[in-house]
Design a protein around this ligand. Structure first.
Ligand code: ADP
Length: 524
């Protein structure tokens, strides 16, 4: 057996550092068998009606409802999340997505009638919405349940077999074993393959029909290169450096609460968490102290935390040790460059329990205000005008999501339009992601493609274009042999119909003989 990596990967609990279990990379033979099973299952899935596929997906919902508490325990053990974070963004969201897709999928996946131009009036055009085959989903560590199950169920509804390679940081292996043993979900339709980066690379090398990736920009680039070599289509959901813009007419209490949540939920480990905050000068001196005072009241994770309680903490642990180092580096860089620490900061070097940290006097030379921190930090900057803040918000290699806060919804919407990003909320943050009807995705370094909504479902499909003609006697005028008289008629028709002013008389005069000229001037 060809074992790719002999070193087992240790999965640990970030709250107290205990080792939970180990995973190994599968061998090449095992990977080949996984693809064989996927391809066999795919043929069965393709033959199922959409109602039958929905009935399978309902088993996921039933499983989530039945085992809610156990799922949360498994997620918390590997991520260190606050219980409510794990519940809202992973468990609740999965049930909501399923409910929406039960309505959306039958409509979206139906074959479509497509109109045709006047010259093809006698023919029929269709779009068959078909599966792609086998889809490979590669996921990160920040939402290990949601990010595995949601793309997989979308891919399944579209008729594909799905192979998922979860992050080696939070593979949730015991949970997936339990899920496949107890949910009754169709065998081999979704296979979760645990392992490290090499397993991800080896799975791509087996030529899936599509890759759906969520993760960092650097890894996304590598995956796109690997896919380019094999011409495999890939969707990339990458990082962000979300700005939130506060105009001076906001309700301070509501806005401060919204910003706190947008910045610190999931301990800031969201690609769409608020990392940059631009506050207009007229409200700055009232808003910032209010926000800081409220933030100081948030309960931060600690090693002895009772994770069974929804009130155990507000801001969970930072999941990955390498992320702790990045957050610390950004905090140190901000301090060195003259940012003013208003709350939080590094309490104990290397600790996964980082309190919500707010800086003011920031600028874009600081990592905390320009690079993805992916932690519970917020860099505040003051602005004067709408024009200035649009320029500042767009001054980023990222373009994932943003929010604009103002009582003047017209202004909020105008600024939302001016921002170069894939998603925006007005007077909220990240809530667009709570609507599964809305596609999600980024521009610039934040990614390629759209996930969820109708567009996201179609991203897992082959949109096959079909033209259906009659099997009569008609020989098309543009078929062989090419003759001067056919050419003249075709040219006259083009000028009559598409010329600056439409000439109906000339059109009819030339289009009528065009109908029969193919038969007259055919090869005898
Ligand atoms: P993060 O989880 O911090 O966003 P990455 O973007 O590096 O980290 O990883 C996301 C996922 O991509 C993980 O499942 C990881 O194993 C996988 N991965 C990392 N490097 C590669 C690679 N070269 N080929 C395929 N998969 C990879």
């Amino acid at each position: 057996m060809d074992v790719l990596s002999s070193t087992a990967i240790k999965v640990s609990n970030p709250i107290n550092g205990t080792i939970l279990y180990e995973i190994d990379d599968p061998s090449q033979e095992q990977i080949k068998a996984i693809y064989d099973r996927a391809r066999a299952a795919q043929a069965k899935i393709q033959a199922m009606s959409i109602e039958q596929r929905i009935a399978e997906v309902d088993k996921i919902r039933d499983y989530v409802i039945q085992y809610e508490s156990m799922i949360l325990d498994a997620i918390i053990a590997e991520t260190g999340k606050a219980r409510t974070d794990a519940f809202a963004a992973e468990v609740f969201e999965v049930t909501d997505v399923i409910d929406v897709y039960k309505k959306l999928a039958p409509k979206t996946l139906k074959d479509r009638k497509v109109p045709q131009p006047i010259f093809l009036i006698e023919k029929k055009s269709r779009q068959f919405i078909e599966p792609l085959g086998t889809v490979l989903v590669i996921t990160p560590w920040n939402f290990p349940f949601y990010q595995v199950i949601v793309p997989s169920l979308m891919s399944f509804l579209a008729g594909n077999a799905t192979i998922v390679k979860p992050s080696e940081v939070t593979p949730l292996k015991p949970l997936w074993d339990h899920f496949f043993a107890h949910s009754g979900f169709m065998k081999d339709a979704i296979q979760v393959v645990t392992g490290g980066k090499e397993t991800g690379a080896n799975l791509i090398a087996m030529r899936p029909d599509k890759v759906h990736f969520t993760g960092s920009v650097g890894t996304g680039r590598k995956l796109m290169e690997a896919c380019a070599k094999l011409l495999i289509p890939i969707d990339l959901e990458l990082g962000g450096k979300d700005p939130a813009i506060i105009f001076d007419d906001v309700d301070i209490d509501r806005t401060a609460n919204g910003i706190m949540w947008g910045a610190f939920t999931n301990a800031g480990q969201n690609c769409t968490g608020i990392e940059r905050l631009y506050v207009q000068e007229g409200i700055y001196d009232q808003f910032v102290p209010y926000l800081v005072e409220r933030t100081k009241r948030l309960r931060t994770s600690h090693p002895g935390r009772d994770t069974s309680s929804a009130e155990d903490c507000d801001v969970g642990a930072v999941t990955a040790p390498f992320q702790v180092r990045i957050i610390e580096e950004h905090i140190e860089d901000a301090l060195a460059k003259g940012a003013k620490l208003l709350c939080g900061g590094i309490q104990e070097k290397g600790s996964h329990h980082i309190p919500p940290t707010i800086f003011e006097n920031c600028d874009h030379t600081m990592k905390i205000a320009s690079e993805e921190t992916f932690g519970p930090t917020l860099a505040i900057m003051k602005f004067k005008t709408e024009e200035e803040v649009i320029r500042l918000a767009n001054d980023s290699p990222y373009g994932l999501s943003a929010s604009v806060w103002s009582k003047d919804v017209e202004r909020g919407t105008r600024v939302a339009r001016a921002l170069k990003c894939g998603n925006v909320c007005v007077n909220n943050h990240m809530m667009n992601e709570a609507n599964p009807y809305l596609p999600f995705g980024g521009v610039k370094d934040s990614g390629i493609g759209r996930f969820k909504g109708e567009d996201g479902l179609l991203a897992f499909c082959n949109l096959k274009s079909v033209l259906i003609d009659k099997q009569g006697k008609l020989i098309e005028p543009q078929w062989y042999p090419y003759t001067n008289s056919k050419y003249k008629l075709l040219s006259a028709v083009m000028h009559a119909w598409f010329g600056k002013s439409r000439n109906y008389v000339k059109f009819v005069k030339n289009v009528l003989p065009l109908d029969s000229i193919g038969n007259k001037e055919k090869f005898k």
